[in-house]
Ligand binder design. Structure first.
Ligand SMILES: Nc1ncnc2c1ncn2[C@@H]1O[C@H](COP(=O)(O)OP(=O)(O)OP(=O)(O)O)[C@@H](O)[C@H]1O
Length: 407
C-alpha cells in the first residue's frame, strides 16, 4: 500500500461490471491499473455514520489487512470515496454456494473433506488472532482459479455492525446461526463460527441447506427436531440466556437418519461441532485434528476439486460500456423460503411465517411450533412445543423480530 491521499486511490482502479450486492453494499469487478490484476471492490455504504469510518473501524480494517493466509481472502487496499468506504479484495472465480448448487458437479467424500478442511483452516487462523467471522455461510466462502477456498467478509460484522435484517437475503444467514445466538446471547465466542461451519459441512453432504428455519423461533425448532431438545445437563447455561424459552422435550433421532451416506468419522466430527453447549463444542483446532481428516480418503488436492464452469462475462469484451449487471444478485437466484414464495406484502408474509401455528392469544395448553419437517422426509416427527408460561416472552420476541423486519 502507498502513502498517497486515500481519497485519491479510486483513480488506481478501472471499474468494470457489478458482481452483485450483499449486506454491506455493491461489489464491483475492477482492474488495478498499477498491477493489471483483476480485483473485487466492495463499496460499503457508510449510511448514518456521516462523520465517516470511526477510529475503531479503521483499526479493525488494518487488522484484516494483516490477516494473510491461503484460506483467507486478501484485503489489498481500503479507501474512502464519495461517502462510501471501498474495500479492495483479490478477485475470486466462484464460491462454495455455486459449487453446492451446481447439479453437474459430483462431490466425492474426498472433495467434501477438502472444502471443509480449507474452511476450518481459514477459521483457525482468524480465531488464533481473536477475530470471529459471525456470518459464515457458503456464499462467503470464495473459491479461486487454483481451487483454493478463502473465507470472505471476515470481521465485517464487528466493524460495520451486524448484518441488517431488513435485507431479504439475511433469512439465509439464520440457517447457520448457533443456538446461543438464537437465544439472544450477548457474550458469544468462536463457537458460533464452529456451529456455522458444521451447517456448511452438513450442506456439503446433503447438497442443500440442512436447517432451514423461517424465523428465529422456527430455526430453534428445526435444530431441536434434528438434535433433540437440549437438557440442562447438556447445556447448563441455556436457561440463563436472554431469550430462552422452554421447549417440550423431544429426543434426538440418530444423526445417520439425516446423512445416510456419510462415513462414521464424518458423523462423529459433525456431532462434536453441533454440540449445544458452546463451552463443550469442538474448537476449530480440535475439528482439524479429528481423525476424519487423516483417515482415507484423504482430502482432494484443491487444484483437482470440481468447480462450476466459468461464466462468460459480457463486459469483459467491452470495458468502455460502464457497469453491466450480468446476473441478478445471488440472493434473488436462491430459492426464497419466505417472501418470494408468497409474493405480495413481504412484512405480512414474514409475520404469517413467524407466527405459524402459534396461537399467541390462545389458551394455556402447550402450543405447537410451526416446524417444516419436510427436510427430514415425509413423515413428521413429534413437534417441539412451547410451554404456556413462556407465551408472553415468546410474544415479545416475535414482536421484536417483526420490528426488525419492518425497519
Ligand atoms: N473477492 C471477490 N471476488 C469475486 N466476486 C466477489 C468477491 N467478493 C464478493 N464477490 C461477489 O459479489 C457479490 C456480492 O458479495 P457480498 O460479499 O457483498 O455479498 P454476499 O456474500 O452475496 O451476501 P452477504 O453480504 O449476505 O454475505 C457476490 O456475488 C459475490 O460472489
Amino acid at each position: 500500500m502507498t502513502d498517497m491521499d486515500p481519497s485519491k486511490k479510486v483513480a488506481n482502479y478501472l471499474k468494470r461490471e457489478v458482481l452483485g450486492e450483499g449486506t454491506y453494499g455493491v461489489v464491483y469487478k475492477a482492474i488495478d491499473t498499477k498491477t493489471g490484476k483483476t480485483v473485487a471492490i466492495k463499496k460499503i455504504r457508510l449510511g448514518k455514520q456521516k462523520e465517516g469510518v470511526n477510529f475503531t473501524a479503521l483499526r479493525e480494517i488494518k487488522l484484516l489487512k494483516e490477516l494473510k493466509d491461503p484460506n483467507i481472502i486478501e484485503l489489498t487496499d481500503a479507501f474512502p470515496h464519495k461517502g462510501n468506504l471501498h474495500l479492495v479484495f483479490e478477485f475470486m472465480e466462484t464460491d462454495l454456494e455455486a459449487v453446492i448448487r451446481d447439479r453437474n458437479i459430483f462431490l466425492s467424500p474426498a472433495d467434501i473433506k477438502s472444502y471443509i478442511q480449507m474452511t476450518l483452516k481459514g477459521l483457525a487462523v482468524c480465531h488464533k488472532k481473536w477475530v470471529l467471522h459471525r456470518d459464515m455461510k457458503p456464499n462467503n466462502l470464495l473459491i479461486g482459479s487454483n481451487g483454493q477456498l478463502k473465507l470472505a467478509d471476515f470481521g465485517l460484522a464487528r466493524i460495520f455492525g451486524s448484518p441488517d435484517r431488513k435485507f431479504t437475503h439475511q433469512v439465509f444467514a439464520r440457517w447457520y446461526r448457533a443456538p446461543e445466538l438464537l437465544f439472544g446471547t450477548k457474550q458469544y465466542g468462536a463457537g458460533v463460527d464452529v456451529w456455522a461451519a458444521a451447517c456448511i459441512f452438513a450442506e456439503l453432504l446433503l447438497r442443500r441447506p440442512f436447517l432451514q428455519g423461517t424465523s428465529d423461533i422456527d430455526q430453534l425448532g428445526k435444530i431441536f427436531a434434528a438434535f433433540g431438545t437440549p437438557t440442562a445437563s447438556q447445556w447448563p447455561d441455556m436457561v440463563y440466556l436472554p431469550d430462552y424459552v422452554e421447549y417440550q422435550y423431544v429426543p434426538a433421532p440418530p444423526l445417520r437418519t439425516f446423512f445416510p451416506m456419510a462415513s462414521d468419522d464424518a458423523l462423529d466430527l459433525l456431532s462434536k461441532m453441533f454440540t449445544y453447549d458452546p463451552k463443550a463444542r469442538f474448537t476449530v483446532q480440535q475439528a482439524l485434528e479429528h481423525r476424519y481428516f487423516s483417515s482415507a480418503p484423504l482430502p482432494t488436492d484443491p487444484a483437482k476439486l470440481p468447480r462450476p464452469a466459468p461464466k462468460s462475462r459480457a463486459s469483459d469484451s467491452n470495458p468502455q460500456e460502464g457497469p453491466t449487471v450480468l446476473s441478478p444478485p445471488r440472493k434473488s437466484r436462491r430459492v426464497m423460503p419466505d417472501r418470494e414464495r408468497f409474493g405480495g406484502d413481504s412484512d405480512q408474509v414474514e409475520k404469517k411465517q413467524a407466527v405459524g401455528d402459534i396461537d399467541i392469544a390462545g389458551k394455556n395448553e402447550p402450543v405447537p411450533m410451526s416446524v417444516d419437517f419436510s427436510i427430514f422426509g415425509s413423515k413428521p416427527m413429534s413437534r417441539p412445543t412451547i410451554n404456556s408460561a413462556d407465551r408472553s416472552h415468546l410474544k415479545r420476541k416475535l414482536d421484536l423480530e417483526f420490528q426488525h423486519n419492518e425497519e
